[in-house]
Design a protein around this ligand. Structure first.
Ligand code: SF4
Length: 169
């Protein structure tokens, strides 16, 4: 039987930002762990909403927060800014979809502590269709023999792979 890549929330997050990064992560090419932006991301994730934070591992997903709202489970994901809200949206939708496959119907909320902003996320058929297309495309990208060419985007400035992608510049 052919190998089928196990797509996770990190792949989904990067898919909506940079296809090259999806390939680099899928091939476990190590990013610069000393990169300041990675540090800031970790710090904000670790310190914001600390009093409410309950990190939980379910299958291959790790959610930042989980709480009850009446009879409904609400899954929260902490991000350092809403600049890449589309990525964050589909990552959280992926988590909601994974929980749904386990028989757990949950709602989601994206938390942007620096902006004091919260965005609600709900599972829909249309969102599920977009996710399925993304998962299939992530698997296609991962099978490529070489990574897609780098394209300069705003995210490159805070990407730990920037030296690797644009070393000549
Ligand atoms: S530096 Fe830019 S092109 Fe390279 S992986 Fe990061 S976001 Fe993608």
């Amino acid at each position: 039987m052919d190998y089928v890549m196990d797509v996770n929330g990190t792949h989904i997050w990067y898919y909506f930002i940079c296809k090259r990064e999806v390939w680099l992560i899928a091939h476990q090419i190590a990013a610069d762990q000393e990169d300041d932006n990675l540090e800031i991301g970790r710090f904000i994730s670790e310190t914001s909403y600390q009093r409410q934070k309950k990190e939980l591992l379910i299958g291959n997903i790790k959610v930042d927060r989980i709480r009850r709202e009446g009879d409904t489970l609400v899954v929260g994901e902490v991000k350092k800014s809403s600049t890449y809200e589309k990525s964050a949206y589909y990552q959280l939708l992926f988590y909601l979809d994974t929980l749904r496959k386990m028989g757990i119907e949950a709602k989601g909320e994206l938390l942007f502590p620096k902006e004091k902003k919260v965005t609600k996320v709900e599972w829909t058929e249309e969102g599920k269709r977009v996710l399925e297309e993304a998962v299939a495309d992530i698997r296609r990208i991962a099978r490529l023999p070489v990574p897609p060419e780098p394209k300069k985007i705003g995210f490159c400035r805070s990407c730990a792979y920037r030296e690797y992608c644009f070393a000549e510049e």
